[in-house]
Design a protein around this ligand. Sequence first.
Ligand SMILES: Nc1nc2c(c(=O)[nH]1)N[C@H]1C(S)=C(S)[C@@H](COP(=O)(O)O)O[C@H]1N2
Ligand SMILES: [Mo]
Length: 163
Amino acid sequence: MTETPHLTVDGEVAQTVRLTAQDLAAVDTADQIPDVTALGAKRPGAAVRLDAVLRRAEVQSTAQYLTIHASHDDFHASVPLAAIRDQAVVIYAGPDGPLSQAAGGPFRIWIPDTAACQTDEVDECASVKFVDRLELSRQRGFDNRPQDEDEHAELHRREGQGS
Ligand SMILES: Nc1nc2c(c(=O)[nH]1)N[C@H]1C(S)=C(S)[C@@H](COP(=O)(O)O)O[C@H]1N2
Ligand SMILES: [Mo]
């Protein structure tokens, strides 16, 4: 049997937490977004506010950056925490069950109203799919988002083929 997927929150936190989709579904309704299409997402899905997830880990005031890790395809984005804390959500379920890999599951960070890829620190590329770890740090962490249009086009080409 495969292990239940979980999302780890660690680094500059009072306590490292490992959350399952079930844990996220149990978060207070005030922090739930029943359907992210209401925020402008392309695909339907249920989410919780990133801030609610970070509160579970008791993020320290020293944390300045959030690095969003997807070990599945080795994709990582590190963004200023203040720039996404109140905006981003964690999608944890699809319309009929766990969030599929095709939709970026089991967990996906999604940031409404982002700039186009490569135009800002918080861009569309920072809506990381297949997320397994949220790392809080004082300094900027690892980030391998595409650096130019060629790299970006290559990334989308690989995605189109299905990795
Ligand atoms: N793990 C992971 N997340 C990722 C990417 C990726 O290649 N791997 N691509 C990014 C880019 S460049 C874009 S434009 C969006 C695409 O999201 P979509 O598949 O929902 O359109 O996902 C972002 N998140
Ligand atoms: Mo992109």
